[in-house]
Structure formats: C-alpha cells, structure tokens
Design a protein around this ligand. Structure first.
Ligand code: GLU
Length: 546
C-alpha cells in the first residue's frame, strides 16, 4: 500500500511535522525544574479530585522552580459547557492555585495556544505523518456497526473494543479504501497498534512505584470524523510540545496508560513521567467508596465556595491527605506559609485517601480561630457578596458593630479563642441574632409561667449600666426570688429544694435574648444589642408590656 499517497488523499492540507520541534523548543529551565499542568475538560464540573491533583502539581512545579500551566482539553464538543473555563479558573483561584501560563492567562509565550481546539494544525500534521508511515489508517465503521461489535464481544465474554481480528478496517485493501473515500463515506483515523496484551512491562509510576502495565492493542481513534483529535492523541502531542516533564493525575487514568505509552512511542517523543494519584474515598457505613458526583455534594468545588469554607483550611486538609508528613510539619509550624512545606512526590499516598468532612470541619474551626475579627469580617464579606442573602449583606453596613460581635463570638479578648465558626455560611447564621429578632425557640426547659415570671422579674432589676458582676448578682437575685438556687453549690447539695439553679435562669434569659441555649457571654451580648433591643426581646417572650 502506498501510505504516503493515502496520507495525501486524507489530509491534503496538513502541514509537515518538521518545524514543530523548533516552534515549540525545549524550555530553558534549570535542571530538576518540573513543568506540570492541569488539563481539565470544560464540562462545567470541577471537583475535589481536580483540586487534589492541582495542589500537588502546583507545589511540585513551584518548589522546583518550574512551571504550572493550564490546558483546556476541549476536544469533546458534546461535553463542553459555556463558561466552564471561567468556572475552572475561579474555582482554582479561590484555593490560590497560581498558573504561570495557560488558557486565559495573560502574557505571550512560545507554547500557546492552550485550548486544544486551537491546535488542530499541529495534531493533523502528526496524524498525517502516522498515516504516511503506515501507523494509522482510516476506519469507515459506522456507530451501529461498532455497537453490534461491542454486543458481540460482550456476548462472547471478550474484551470490548477495536483490536486484532475485530479491527476490520485495519485490513482493508487499497482499492476498498479508495472506493469508500470516492463514495464519500465518513471515516475516523485509528492508530494501528503493534502491541500485544500478552506482553507485560514494568513501569515506574512516580507515586505508585513499580507497577505492571499490559501492552496496548486497541486501535484507538486518534482523529474523529469532524477532523478533531481525541483526548488521548491530543494530550500526547501537547505534553510533548508544551514540554511537560511530570504529569500528576488521578488514578482513573491508569487504565489509559497503555494507550498513552504506545502513542508516545509511535510519535517518537520522550514521554513525561507520570504519577497516578490515589482517589478520594468516603466512609459509607461499613464500606469505603469513591466520592460520587451523584451522592456527595462535597465532591464539587462549588460546594466549598457556597458554604464558605475558608480556602486555607481546605488546602491544609488536602495537603494532609497528599503528603504523609504534612500534619506533623504543620503542628510544628502552624504560622508558616504553606508554601514552606517541603512537598514531595515520594510522600504521596499509594492508595485511597479517606476524605472526611468532619475532619475538614475541625481544621476549618482551628484555621478560622487564628484570624483576627477584622480578617474574619473581610472573609465573611467576600462570601456574603457572592452567596449571602440581602439581610446578610446588610450586616456589613455597620462594620464597627459587626466587629464587636465577631470579637465576642471569636473570644479574641479571652485567653482561649472560641472555635464557633466552621464556614462563612454557618458563621453568618450563628451571628444572625445580633441583627434581627431572635428566632422563637422551643428550647426552654421551664414551663411558660415560670419563664414569664423569671423574665419579668429580671427586667425589673435590669440596668444597661450594670457591669458584668452586678448584672450577674441580679440574675442570682432573680433566681433566688423565684424558687431557683442562687448558688450552684446550694443546688448541688440539695437539688430537691429548688426548681432549678441560677444556670437554668441564665439559660432562660439567653434563649429569650438570642433564641439559642448556647452562646458566648450573655452580659456582653446584651451590651452589644443595647438596652432597648434587649428589653424588647425579653418583653416579647414575657408576652405583655410592663
Ligand atoms: N482531560 C483530562 C481530564 O479531564 C486530563 C487527563 C490527564 O491529566 O491526562 O481530566
């Protein structure tokens, strides 16, 4: 068969491959500097697994003095969603993943463009070259024929796909090919695989170590009928010409590795090193399973922004899962920038990382408790602008008041910081009672008449000018006058003699003013709310005007 003639017929306008090596020259980077990438498909769904590998790639690139770039793998138009690239970039920016180059990142450089659909001439040149070398061929099989083949293979319990004896078009004669072409039959271009799945080879994975890989024998499609390459082919060309040195990606790509290895070989490119990162798992009852898009909202990165997770907390947790020695380092260096942690591929886990939202929530509480009230205010404001209700946005119209609230709720004045805030959303909800009438609560543990009696007795003695000690003495007084023990020790000694203790009285007051049984210091809350608001809230619960 005259393969050159066939290549000319199939891709008459494709450029020669000579010249691309010069066009995309090896990078002038120091020895040991790694060029890594994130290569998402613009499907509109960016998930925790993407962030997981993004953090690893970012750390490796920047700690080694290399480059991290963003490539958009948009070869599959069916899955493309408008605005998806912006969504990817926004999501990653939130977690401070800094790309040095790539799609929609300013600055000219030799390796652009970073959208695969804009690189068609490069891919087509190499497809043509493979056809001319007899390593790729046109396949005229219809969708229906391929479905029938898959059904037959499934019925025969064979591996499905286009390979070996099933690769019908691989053996078409020159005459048949030209007859099909003359008849205008649509076709794809497939790789002519020379692999044999009986052959196993050792492969060094940067994360998993020595693994065994089976040779590929699938004649995978490399160019679709619309002239656009498939992901497999495009990624091999791009990783070579963007001069990628290391690919850290999810272990779901291990299954495609044999194809990728053969593609690099047939293209004559030195391949990047690969590290396949373990999947994020979730404990589900007795079993562990992969986080699932359908079942687990926490898989989507959007979840963390909607809930207002503090980005550093998520990053700390991801680093904890990524590098086995991170936790210890962080304990010793809680104040240091995370960039100073000596991240290393060697310390990445070989098998499933257990993702636990409760653990993330604990880390979040700790991280937020390190902030000042002013920093927290800025963090909450950012969140509220995007996700808060109109009422919540209003909290920021008087920042002086808000700061008083935050200082109290975070315990900034005390020896030990409070850890009441987990996310921005939860923090905003938990301070809502400072801004609007408290929710009516059914948490009271006394009956209605006792509640009313206690509240009105307190109101008669309450003065805004009382300091905390005098205020508390009045709470005790209220307790004593209503059959409750003013002193805890009296109550403990003889609980039968009382309706309850001063703690129960304080709880009634607390619920009346805040709608909650658990809050920071109640005297301070009343001071922040002011006299008339405090009185109004208690009066509402008394249910009568005095
Ligand atoms: N485009 C692939 C994805 O959507 C990238 C796979 C790879 O990193 O090679 O994840």
């Amino acid at each position: 068969m005259d393969y050159k003639k066939l290549a000319e017929r199939l891709l008459p306008d494709a450029l020669p491959i000579a010249g691309f090596e010069e066009k995309y020259p090896p990078r002038a980077i120091a020895n040991g500097a790694e060029v890594t990438r994130l290569a998402p498909s613009p499907t509109g769904f960016i998930h925790l697994g993407n962030l997981f590998v993004a953090i690893a790639n970012e750390r490796i690139a920047h700690l080694s003095g290399g480059v991290l770039y963003l490539r958009i793998e948009d070869t599959d138009l069916k899955r493309k969603v408008d605005g998806a690239v912006e969504a990817v970039k926004n999501a990653l920016r939130y977690f401070d993943i800094r790309f040095d180059e790539g799609a929609e990142i300013d600055g000219e450089n030799a390796y652009a463009p970073y959208y695969q659909r804009q690189r068609a001439e490069l891919y087509r040149a190499f497809v043509k070259d493979l056809i001319a070398r007899g390593r790729a061929y046109p396949c005229f099989c219809t969708e229906d024929a391929l479905t029938a083949l898959r059904d037959q293979q499934t019925a025969e319990k064979k591996i499905t796909g286009y390979y070996g004896e099933y690769a019908k078009c691989r053996n078409l004669s020159e005459e048949e090919i030209y007859r099909n072409l003359d008849a205008g039959m649509p076709y794809v271009i497939r790789l002519k695989s020379l692999g044999n799945p009986e052959n196993k080879m050792k492969f060094h994975d940067e994360i998993k170590g020595e693994i065994t890989v089976t040779e590929n024998d699938q004649d995978v499609v490399i160019l679709k009928s619309d002239g656009i390459p498939t992901y497999h082919f495009a990624h091999a060309i791009d990783d070579h010409f963007m001069r990628t040195t290391l690919v850290i990606r999810g272990e779901e790509w291990l299954a495609s590795l044999p194809i990728h290895l053969e593609l690099f070989e047939v293209l004559g490119f030195e391949r990047p090193r690969y590290g396949h990162n373990c999947s994020l798992m979730k404990q589900d009852g007795e079993t562990r399973r992969k986080l699932s898009k359908r079942k687990d909202p926490e898989l989507s990165l959007e979840f963390y922004r909607e809930q207002g997770y503090y980005a550093r907390a998520v990053k700390v947790y991801m680093l904890t899962l990524l590098n086995s020695n991170f936790e210890e380092w962080y304990l010793k260096n809680p104040e240091k920038p995370l960039e100073e942690f000596p991240f290393s591929v060697n310390k990445m886990g070989k098998s499933g990382a257990l993702f636990d939202l409760d653990k993330l929530n604990d880390i979040s509480k700790n991280e937020l408790a390190k902030l000042s009230a002013e920093e927290t205010c800025a963090f909450l404001k950012n969140w509220a602008q995007e996700y808060g209700s109109e009422t919540e946005k209003f909290y920021f119209s008087n920042e002086e008041y808000l700061l008083k609230v935050l200082n109290l709720c975070m315990g900034t004045a005390g020896k030990k910081r409070r850890k009441d805030f987990t996310t921005a959303k939860q923090a905003m909800e938990s301070i809502a009672y400072f801004f609007a009438a408290a929710k009516r609560s059914d948490e009271y543990r006394v009956d209605g008449a006792t509640k009313r009696a206690l509240l009105s007795a307190f109101l008669q003695t309450y003065s805004f000018d009382d300091d905390a000690q005098v205020w508390f003495a009045k709470v005790k007084e209220t307790a004593g006058a209503n059959g409750f023990a003013a002193e805890m020790k009296d109550y403990k000694a003889n609980p039968e003699a009382f309706k309850g203790s001063v703690a129960d009285v304080a709880e009634v007051l607390r619920i009346a003013v805040t709608g909650k049984a658990n809050t920071p210091d109640l005297w301070t809350i009343m001071q922040i709310l002011g006299e008339s608001e405090t009185r109004a809230r208690i009066m509402r619960e008394v249910g009568e005007s005095l």
